[in-house]
Design a binder for this molecule. Sequence first.
Ligand code: CA
Ligand code: CA
Length: 136
Amino acid sequence: MATKAKELDPNSGGGDPNPPTGKVFENTNNVNIPDAGTAVTSDVVVTGVTGNAPATLQVGVDIKHTWRGDLVVDLVAPDGSTYRMKNSSSNDSADNVITTYTVNASTEVANGTWKLKVQDVARYDTGYIDSWKLTF
Ligand SMILES: [Ca+2]
Ligand SMILES: [Ca+2]
């Protein structure tokens, strides 16, 4: 029986003519989010990725906050296009937004400065962007 080579191994990245590179770009600098204030951003500069971003761009977010329902979270592509990942939700009193969103960014050129944009839209509880990353 013939060898079944390189089939559906999500971690290999090898043997695929259009490989998901699995390149990771991260910003671990903390950014304070003003309470019921203006949006803040954190930059990630992407280089060395050919062509457009994938339809399954992985956006890993680590935001520390004492009432995460206050938060609106967007991904901003290099050309300024905005992708909403999380809306505010006044009754979501849980802590923190620590998750990975999947964004269809296939119309966006990969290389350039991407931003995580976070706004706190309700008073009293506060927090900060701890880190975030893009996986191509
Ligand atoms: Ca708040
Ligand atoms: Ca950090």
